[in-house]
Design a protein around this ligand. Structure first.
Ligand SMILES: [Zn+2]
Length: 434
């Protein structure tokens, strides 16, 4: 047997003293937690057990995602190793068992451990459904927003009929919707008429207030001291300013959400077929992708994701149809007048100027018209819920310019661009798996 000297400073540990290997499925994590909670967190009984369970559940999910992403078995953006939530992270907990009830007075909810809580908003709509046995509550999530307000949301299974409300007259058979930053939505028909334009709800005054608050906070005593490079106790004024910034953020977000909710309801109720762009996931998922193309592009992607998500369920509610253009469809680069295509169109160019037919048209309207024409070619139902498309391998990092071969050529005729969705499988890798 060979003998060797252990270098100074090395620590030799017996096998039994090493950190044991832990499973990271939810049941495995739960077992570990139950075995150790009395010693590691003797105060555990003060909280609902759901608080630990939702933490372990999201830990199990993120470990799984990280592991799959690492092995290249997960589509979408690369997923890093889970990080701890900081104290300042959004506080939330999900209740899945125990008493979860809406009280008959329509203004209280009962949650496990928290008990009876008064709600600001009436719970009438959901309570009625539960009483009529057309809805069942699966879980309740309690979360705090940046304004310090607590929200409870119920995940429910709802049985509902597909009906278009009587007051909503059908306006158009097919519309195309372009989602942007300056104008949140531009809606057009295949024959080139602008149906609706929803400006993005952003008040300059509010943004200025926010910036002023941030400047103010920078002059106050923050929790990090740049001189000594140490943490310190923030001042009361700094904390007060932070609360005001949080309030401004929460308000801006809810105004935006409200605008998108109302606009998508209108769209789903008033038109039979609605065509939207598909999210450019591959551009978003790599570092430098969305960032390289600027904050505006990132904002537009976020808005598009929100609009698509809402349209996906609202079109089911109201019996209309959602058509999603494949992500190689050049809706903004194609001339809606003659069908010719530009190889390049900068985001800064607000109007589309065609070199072939001389058409000058608002950029977003041009894109919306093209999307509407695409929707028109889809008379047969092709509803595909977001994220159900075939998943491609990683690294499909192509720009939108690389349209399927055969589409770019021969567009000088006066026929409207026709590009059925079913072509996608062949020419373009579909990285969509949001
Ligand atoms: Zn043209």
């Amino acid at each position: 047997m060979a003998r060797f000297k252990i270098p100074d400073g090395w620590v030799v540990q017996a096998e039994a003293d090493l950190t044991p290997v832990l499973g990271w499925s939810l049941p495995a994590l739960r077992r570990v937690w139950n075995a150790r909670k009395d010693s590691a967190a003797p105060w555990w009984k003060e909280n609902s057990k759901e608080a630990y369970n939702s933490g372990l559940d999201s830990l199990a999910r993120s470990l799984e995602s990280w592991w799959k992403s690492r092995g290249g078995r997960r589509a979408g953006r690369p997923v890093g190793f889970p990080r701890f939530h900081t104290k300042r992270a959004r506080a939330s907990v999900r209740f899945t068992t125990g008493p979860i009830r809406l009280e008959p007075d329509r203004h209280h909810v009962t949650l496990p451990r928290l008990g009876r809580i008064r709600t600001h908003e009436s719970t009438r709509k959901l309570a009625l459904r539960i009483e009529n046995a057309t809805a069942r509550v699966l879980s309740a999530t309690v979360a705090k927003d940046s304004d310090g307000r607590w929200h409870v949301s119920f995940q429910t299974l709802v049985q509902r009929t597909t009906t278009r409300p009587a007051h909503a007259g059908i306006r158009h058979a097919v519309v195309g919707v372009d989602v942007g930053v300056k104008d949140l939505l531009v809606v057009a028909t295949p024959d080139g008429a602008e149906v609706e334009r929803v400006p993005a709800p952003r008040s300059l005054a509010r943004a200025q207030v926010r910036r002023a608050l941030q400047r103010k906070a920078s002059r106050q005593q923050a929790p990090y001291d740049p001189q000594s490079k140490h943490k310190r106790l923030p001042s009361k004024r700094w904390r007060r300013t932070q609360a005001l910034i949080g309030k401004a953020h929460a308000r801006a977000a809810s105004i935006r959400r409200d605008t998108v909710q109302k606009a998508t309801t209108r769209l789903a109720q008033q038109h039979l077929t609605i065509t939207v762009e598909t999210l450019n996931v591959s551009g978003m998922r790599t570092a430098g992708g969305a960032r390289k193309r600027g904050l505006n592009r990132a904002l537009a992607d976020a808005a598009l994701a929100q609009v698509r998500r809402m349209l996906a369920y609202k079109t089911i509610w109201y019996g209309s149809r959602l058509v999603e253009a494949d992500r190689w469809y050049p809706s903004s680069k194609t001339c809606s007048g003659c069908g010719s295509r530009k190889p390049r169109l900068l985001l800064a160019e607000r109007s589309y100027v065609c070199e072939h037919c001389g058409l000058v048209i608002d950029r977003d309207l041009n894109a919306a018209i093209n999307l509407a024409r695409l929707g028109e070619t889809h008379t047969v139902s092709e509803r595909s819920p977001a994220g159900s498309g075939p998943v491609a391998g990683r690294g499909a990092m192509q720009e939108t310019e690389s349209a399927p071969a055969g589409d770019a050529a021969g567009r000088e005729t006066s026929t409207p661009p026709q590009h059925p969705l079913d072509q996608t499988g062949t020419a373009s890798p579909q990285g969509e798996a949001a």
